[in-house]
Structure formats: structure tokens, C-alpha cells
Design a protein around this ligand. Structure first.
Ligand SMILES: C[S@@+](CC[C@H](N)C(=O)[O-])C[C@H]1O[C@@H](n2cnc3c(N)ncnc32)[C@H](O)[C@@H]1O
Length: 316
């Protein structure tokens, strides 16, 4: 603990954090307009031309870009030209692990509405249900635009987990992998590209697998199945994966998901769980990890990020 008095810099930094929601919101605005894709990667464009391409007025666009430029997202010249910065390039859809989808998602209406009701979590309520009178996945089923942005965000997450998992584990012995809650199949595409003798099956909610395009199924090597992993998981695979699924659920629900996986698995089959492990000491952890934990609180109430000790307890 320190009893040092706050400095002017502390005041400035805290004040900026208090404005944080405005930055998230205007990032969604520019991502919805695809501003980053419309600025040449190594050149400038006038704000007037950019506004015309986006079909918006130059003056409000300029004000939005000016606020972002103050936090090094885009740069503006005094004569009204705009160019990229390293940060704004991350918003281009052609960047690997583009943050374009995340920019559109976090303040998208469903998430935004749930955060407005965050207080109810303090007395055991579920903010998303307080905001929308329905669970998160029912909401996504009824709002396919937001649901597909969610799927894309998961496939392009900054943790780069799908490529990392494909590189970290030897999948060559697995003839068939079931990705349980596998989203739009991104993890399997990474794995099957590295391991040509392997096939995959994505199990996810009906609307999620229904949106996976035939060209993303690797010429039939990836099959899809709509279903509910709380009730049943397909049998017959050599390997099962739960990637970023467990943190969406309470301990009781996690046990149920693990039991349905176990019931589907032959004795030789393996289960891989891919999750971020929460650092118990916030002074050492990444701030976004604790914010994702709160996203789980806002969306699902009892869902949570877990420390290594909590994962061990859960799995035991
Ligand atoms: C946080 S996402 C992770 C997606 C993917 N595994 C990844 O790593 O990108 C959780 C996934 O679980 C799926 N899901 C949620 N409830 C489900 C259920 N009851 N049955 C099957 N899938 C479900 C969601 O649709 C979503 O795709």
C-alpha cells in the first residue's frame, strides 16, 4: 500500500478512464462505417473524400476522428487529411486478428444495454436479463446481425488463440475432432490446415452453425451440427475441445457440460480445454482479463473467469 498523494498525471489518467465509454462508442461508429478500410494503408485521404465514401457529413466525422487521433487512433493533418497510425491499422478488416469486429461488438446494443444494468449483479441479478428480459443466447438468436459480429470477434480475438492452439498441440493422432461450442469453425480451420489427415465437427447453436459458409468447411473436412452442449455432445471423436466456453458458465453448468462431453467420449478420447487463466493478483494481470470477467458477469450473472486454482477445483 502507498499513501503517496495523487499527482496531476493521476488526475488526468483517471479522468481519461472516466471518458472511456465515449472512446469505445466512437470506435464502434468508425468500425460500423468501415473508416479504417477506406483510408489507404500508407497514404492520406481528405476528410471530405472519406466522408463522401462513408455517406456521412464531413464535420461530425472530423470531430470523431479528432477525438480518436488524440489517443493515437488515426492521425489528422492541419489541412484536413487523415492517415493511419499503428493502432488504427488494427481496425482494418484485412489485418490478422483485426479488432474491427471487437470495436463493433463491445458497445453493440445487446452488450451496451446489459452494462447499463450492471448494478443488479451486485445483488445477485443478471444484468443482461434485467436489460432485455431474456438470456444472452436467446438475444443473439433474435439479433442475427449482432450474433454474426460476435462470431467474427471470437474468430479474430486479440489472444490469437486458434493459431496458438493449432501450433501448440500435436493433433496428428486425431482422426476426428469435435469443437464443442466451436463458433464459426475458426479453430478447426487453423488446426486442419496444419494437420491434413484430420477432420473436424463444429457443435454450436443452430443459428451459429447455420451461418458457417460452405467455403469455410474446407471441402467437406469440417462438418457442422446444431445442438445444445448442456444436453448432448456427439460421440465417436478422438478429441474434444472446449475453447473459451467454460468461462461463459457457472460452476454447476460447467460440470454439466463436462459431464455431457465425458458421456460422449470413448475411453481413448481426450478433452482439451482452452481458456485464459486469470492472474489472482490484479497488479500483475492484464486489465482486459478482469474486464472480460465482468463482461461475463454482465451477460450471464454467475459465469466467471477463473484462476488456475479455480480451474483445478472445477475439474476435480
Ligand atoms: C465465447 S464463444 C467461443 C467460441 C469458440 N470456441 C472460440 O474459441 O472462438 C462460446 C460459444 O459457445 C456457444 N454456445 C453457447 N451455448 C451453447 C449451447 N448450449 N450449446 C452449444 N453451443 C453453445 C456460443 O454460440 C459460442 O459460439
Amino acid at each position: 500500500m502507498t499513501d503517496t498523494l495523487p499527482t496531476d498525471a493521476d488526475r488526468e489518467e483517471l479522468d481519461l478512464l472516466l471518458h472511456g465509454f465515449k472512446i469505445s462508442r466512437i470506435l464502434r461508429l468508425v468500425a460500423d462505417l468501415r473508416v479504417a478500410d477506406k483510408i489507404p494503408i500508407d497514404d492520406q485521404v481528405t476528410v471530405n473524400d472519406l466522408a463522401a465514401t462513408c455517406a456521412v457529413l464531413p464535420e461530425p466525422l472530423l470531430r470523431v476522428l479528432r477525438a480518436l487521433a488524440a489517443v493515437q487512433i488515426f492521425q489528422l493533418t492541419p489541412d484536413g487529411r487523415v492517415a493511419h497510425t499503428p493502432r488504427s491499422r488494427l481496425l482494418r478488416t484485412d489485418m490478422q486478428n483485426s479488432l474491427h469486429h471487437a470495436a463493433r461488438f463491445w458497445t453493440g446494443p445487446g452488450s451496451w444495454g446489459a452494462w447499463a444494468k450492471l448494478d443488479v449483479a451486485m445483488t445477485g441479478g443478471i444484468p443482461h436479463e434485467a436489460a432485455w428480459n431474456m438470456g444472452r443466447y436467446d438475444y443473439l438468436r433474435q439479433h442475427p446481425d449482432e450474433a454474426r459480429i460476435f462470431d467474427e470477434m471470437m474468430a479474430n480475438y486479440p489472444d490469437n488463440r486458434h493459431a496458438a492452439i493449432a501450433a501448440a498441440y500435436n493433433f496428428s493422432a486425431a482422426g476426428l475432432i469435435v469443437d464443442v461450442g466451436g463458433g464459426n469453425g475458426a479453430a478447426l480451420r487453423h488446426i486442419l490446415t496444419r494437420f491434413p489427415g484430420t477432420r473436424g465437427l463444429v457443435l454450436d447453436r443452430e443459428d451459429v452453425v447455420g451461418a458457417i459458409k460452405p467455403e469455410d468447411r474446407m471441402e467437406g473436412r469440417i462438418a457442422v451440427q446444431g445442438g445444445n452442449f448442456l444436453d448432448r455432445v456427439p460421440s465417436g471423436a478422438d478429441l474434444y475441445m472446449l475453447i473459451r466456453v467454460v468461462h461463459n458458465w457457472s460452476d454447476e453448468d460447467c460440470v454439466r457440460i463436462l459431464q455431457t462431453c465425458h458421456a460422449a467420449m470413448a475411453p481413448h478420447a481426450r478433452l482439451l480445454i482452452g481458456e485464459e487463466i486469470l492472474e489472482p493478483d490484479p497488479a500483475r494481470g492484464r486489465p482486459t482479463s478482469y474486464l472480460i470477467d465482468l463482461q461475463m458477469m454482465a451477460m450471464f450473472g454467475h459465469a466467471r473467469a477463473r484462476t488456475e486454482a479455480e480451474f483445478r477445483d472445477l475439474l476435480e
